[in-house]
Ligand binder design. Structure first.
Ligand code: BGC
Length: 755
């Protein structure tokens, strides 16, 4: 369990919350608010904004303050002196909060405002007491390059949240994988702002389709876990607007999440949760965001600063040093240091989200869940997401070899999951208990056995399993088989950063197997990129990321060819750490505050590799199929009155003999005069399912921000006039066609695009 501030236990707060008491579930609350004349905000014919204003008028200051202050779960609250929050009976809160949940905000029954029950996170409902379905990691789903896959996953986990009694899901991680060693990259959606935004937006739309709130996070540039509470991420405003912030901007537009979570770190010296540039000017000002900003758990450091900079809800207050938004906020309003209008605005934003996402009208209630159906959703996501990196001499799909040796990573019983607040308790329990640092960072292995799934599909093949702990024994097992499949893993988790070098002797195990058997295949379960010193020596490599609740099935179906792999890398796999911007993560978690200078600016991931001419091990966008595709017919249509966005059209033909899915990727290369951060950017993509011989056509609309640079002095996006090159590829390193494009110069703001 994450630890909360000990100083809280002794803090005395005397906030008077008079008639306000925490409620039970939202169900009672919403149904008691039936009388529309006495409670005009219950009138569903009105807009969310109108209903919000009507409800706001009926609220007392104390009720508004109740809405902006978040509790953590009972276990944590039990450690807090009940005197901390007089007026709210802590015992009642403990009785109402769903045990093990991430957070809780009491409801206000007299007004029909439901309690907010908050659950992590992006791959499923996390709760140590509840077994729930886990999707593949968000990075894996991003590798599907198909927002529909993310949306289906979001629908499923959002439904599990609703059926578990949660109405706020802390799901929607969209931080760019700017730092390949960031231990939380598995929770995010890759290194490119457009891809990351499309995939996170899909998830958020899916979650919110259940009439619950989803929370996009962590705003902004929480790019490493080391020292996340003390680090200042130093990066220029234009660079941020064209990279990490752009991912948020686009994702918010495409999915309208009810809330945004501000991050732990400082951004250019100012804590994200008290950063007026981030919250007031950019998010709420320039982007016109209407929902509310909640803090990450332990990310608040002040009352007046945070409130006036734009923080709307202090979350999980026991994780902060003080209950800043309880009594201190009331006092600040009373002495005028925080205007009453600011507290109104906080409450307005929360209420708006609750109305707009359907939380007010559709009370949540714990009910049975169809786990078998949900496992299928998770499996389908994994099958769209696993990336075949290498397949020499077509060793895959397996063609009924007599003997197969499986080696390593508990492949006889499980697949790995990432750790921390995004780790979901598996249905059936942890298949390999007792590993990892322990507590909330216990390693979780999903009980989905690749070996069993392979055995079911290949009844006449003899399978052996070697634990993969000793190179000699692994070599022996490999030598005795026709095909050796070595499973390697990299466990990454929240609060820790990752090493790209596989732990223990896993590299030696692969090399030993490859030496002993020319048909060696490697399956990589990882949080993100890893180094593969054995890459030239093995026949095939499948990147499985963390493949989720039915990952073993998905891996088996791809290895046997029942499913044709169609994932493409959402990140770059470097050939060595020498190619990275930073060879090592800076700072220390327990040291003095420090700064990380993101000198690469917006040149994140493949853009950095392009800029410096580095040849990665596997490029962004790379991924093989068991069939082959021809891409052509590249055409651009300049923006017109009828179609204000540039459109790029192309066709794709399945030139092989199997059904398969292609991801056509459109990049644009800018002239020098445009002074982009790097030579080119991904501007669009389209995943198509095609039968052998079939041709599909695509028309992708290009967001003008992807063609522009951000001008900090005017707050405008600027497209430089000139000749650009449109590139159509099957990967960033596999460009099949190019065309020239002549653009006239243009300036515009984000606000103008919304009109
Ligand atoms: C994480 C958030 C999470 C929150 C609540 C924090 O440690 O950074 O992503 O939503 O805890 O559990």
């Amino acid at each position: 369990m994450k630890t909360m501030s000990a100083s809280l236990v002794a803090t005395a707060v005397t906030m008077a919350l008079c008639a306000v008491a925490p409620t039970g579930h939202a169900a009672n609350a919403a149904t008691t608010a039936a009388n529309t004349s006495a409670q005009p905000w219950t009138d569903k014919a009105k807009t969310s904004a109108q209903r919000t204003e009507l409800l706001l008028k009926a609220m007392t200051l104390d009720e508004k303050l109740l809405l902006v202050f978040g509790y953590a779960s009972g276990d944590q609250l039990a450690q807090v002196d009940s005197a901390v929050i007089p007026g709210v009976n802590t015992k009642e809160v403990i009785a109402t909060v769903i045990p093990g949940s991430a957070g809780y905000i009491p409801g206000i029954p007299r007004l029909g405002i439901p309690a907010q029950h908050q659950a992590d996170a992006s791959i499923g409902v996390r709760n140590p007491n509840l077994e729930r379905t886990s999707l593949p990691s968000s990075l894996a789903t991003a590798a599907s390059w198909d927002p529909r896959v993310a949306e289906a996953g979001g629908r499923m986990i959002g439904l599990e949240a609703r059926l578990s009694g949660f109405n706020v899901m802390l799901a929607g991680g969209v931080n760019l994988a700017r730092e390949p060693q960031n231990g939380r990259n598995f929770e995010y959606t890759g290194e490119d702002p457009l891809l990351a935004a499309e995939m996170s937006a899909g998830l958020i739309r899916g979650v919110q389709s259940n009439h619950i709130v989803s929370t996009i996070k962590h705003y902004l540039i929480n790019a490493q876990e080391t020292g996340r509470n003390i680090v200042s991420a130093q990066v220029s405003v234009p660079a941020l607007r064209m990279s990490d912030a752009l991912a948020f901007e686009l994702a918010i537009e495409k999915s309208s999440p009810g809330s945004v979570m501000c991050s732990y770190n400082r951004v250019n010296d100012v804590y994200a949760c008290e950063n007026a540039w981030l919250l007031n000017s950019t998010l709420k000002g320039d982007w016109g965001y209407k929902g509310y900003v909640m803090s990450d758990w332990g990310a608040v450091h002040s009352t007046v600063l945070a409130a006036t900079a734009g923080l709307d809800q202090q979350s999980g207050f026991p994780f902060d040093k003080a209950p800043y938004f309880a009594k201190p906020l009331k006092e600040a309003v009373e002495d005028g240091s925080v205007p009453q209008s600011r507290v109104d605005d906080m409450a307005r934003r929360i209420l708006w989200a609750l109305f707009d996402k359907g939380v007010m009208d559709h009370p949540v209630k714990a009910r049975p869940i169809d786990f078998a159906a949900h496992a299928k959703v998770s499996q389908a996501a994994a099958e769209q997401s696993l990336v075949l990196l290498k397949n020499e001499t077509s060793v895959l799909p397996l063609s009924a070899p007599k003997r197969v040796a499986l080696i390593g990573s508990y492949a006889d019983k499980a697949v790995l999951a990432g750790g921390g607040s995004a780790s979901v308790t598996p249905i059936g329990g942890n298949a390999v208990p007792g590993l990892g640092p322990g507590g909330w960072l216990t390693q979780v292995w999903q009980p989905s056995s690749p070996m069993k799934a392979l055995q079911q599909r290949m009844p006449s093949t003899q399978f052996s399993f070697d634990a993969g702990t000793d190179a000699g024994s692994a070599a022996k097992a490999a030598a005795a088989a026709d095909v050796a499949i070595v499973f390697v893993h990299q466990w990454t988790a929240e609060s820790l950063d990752a090493s790209l070098t596989l732990e223990g002797n896993q590299n030696d195990i692969v090399s030993a197997a490859a030496k002993a058997n020319p048909n060696t295949v490697v399956v990589v379960e990882s949080g993100g990129a890893i180094l593969m010193p054995w890459q030239p020596d093995v026949k095939a490599i499948l990147a499985a990321f963390y493949p989720g609740a039915a990952g073993g099935e998905a891996i088996a179906r791809i290895l046997t060819g029942e499913v044709n792999p169609s994932g493409r890398l959402p990140i770059t796999f470097p050939a060595s750490t020498d190619q990275l911007v930073r060879r090592q993560i800076g700072g220390k978690s327990d040291g003095p505050p420090f700064t990380v200078r993101y000198t690469e600016g917006a040149a994140v991931g493949y853009k950095w590799f392009d800029l410096h001419g580095h040849k990665p091990l596997y490029a962004f966008g790379h991924g093989l199929s068991y069939t082959s595709f021809e891409l052509g017919g590249l055409q651009s249509e300049l923006p017109s009155k009828a179609k204000p966005q540039l459109t790029v059209k192309f066709s794709t033909r399945n030139a092989g003999s199997r059904d398969g899915e292609s991801v056509g990727q459109v990049y644009i290369r800018a002239p020098q005069s445009a002074r982009w951060e790097a030579p080119r950017r991904l501007v669009g993509f389209d995943k198509l399912k095609l039968k052998p011989g079939q041709t599909g056509t695509s028309a992708v609309q290009i967001d003008p921000r992807l063609l522009a640079s951000f001008d900090e002095t005017t707050g405008e996006w600027v497209i430089a006039p000139g000749t650009y090159e449109v590139q159509l590829g099957a990967g960033s390193d596999d460009i099949r066609a190019t065309a020239q494009l002549s653009l006239t110069g243009r300036r515009f703001t984000s606000a103008q695009l919304r009109r």
